[in-house]
Design a protein around this ligand. Sequence first.
Ligand code: SF4
Length: 211
Amino acid sequence: MNKQIRQTIFERFKAHTPNPTTELQYENPFELLIAVILSAQATDKGVNKATAKLYPVANTPEAIVALGEEGLKHYIKTIGLFNSKAANIIKTCELLIRDHQSKVPQERAALELLPGVGRKTANVILNTVFRLPTMAVDTHIYRVANRTKIAPGKNVLEVEKRLLRHIPKEFLLDAHHWLILHGRYTCTARSPRCGSCIIEDLCEFRDKNLD
Ligand code: SF4
C-alpha cells in the first residue's frame, strides 16, 4: 500500500469520526487504567456495566485497596478472569500508592511494572490519557492492519511498529481508536461489511465480502 492511499484512508476515518475515543467509560486516568485491565478478553460493554457500580464506591487506589480482593470481586464477578484481575488490581493499587503518589505513571516502564499491565495496556494509557503517539494493537487492529495492508505483520509487535512508521503523523494520535472502531463494527472478524465500508475502494484485502 502506498503513502497516498494510507493518507486517504485516514482522511476518510477522520471525516467520518472526527473525535474518536475509547468506548470504556471513565472520569480520570485511574478509572481508565482499571477499566483497561478489566477489559482483557472481555467486552467494553461488560466492563462499563461493572465499573458503573464499582466507581461510585471506589475510584481511587486507596478505596480499592480498602475494598480488599473479595470486596472487589463482588463488583467484577461478571467479567471473565475476574479472580486474577482482582488480585492484579489490588497489587497495582498498592504499587501506585507506594511508588507513584497514587497517580497513574506516564512512563511506559513504570506502567509495565504494574500487575495486569502489559505493553498493550500501557500503550492505551499513554495514548488515551497522555496523548502520546503509541499504538496498542489488539485483535481488531491486528486484523484490520493485515487485511487492508495498511501495516501487515506476522505478530502484534511487527504490526505496532509498522503502524507507527506508516501512519501519517497528523493522524497518529487518533489512529488507534479509528482502527479499533473500524474492526469492531465494519471490518469484523467474520463476514466483514465490505459493502458498506468507507475505505472499500482503498483496502487491498483479496476476499472482500461484497454480497
Ligand atoms: S473493504 Fe472489507 S476487508 Fe477491507 S477494510 Fe473494509 S470491511 Fe475490511
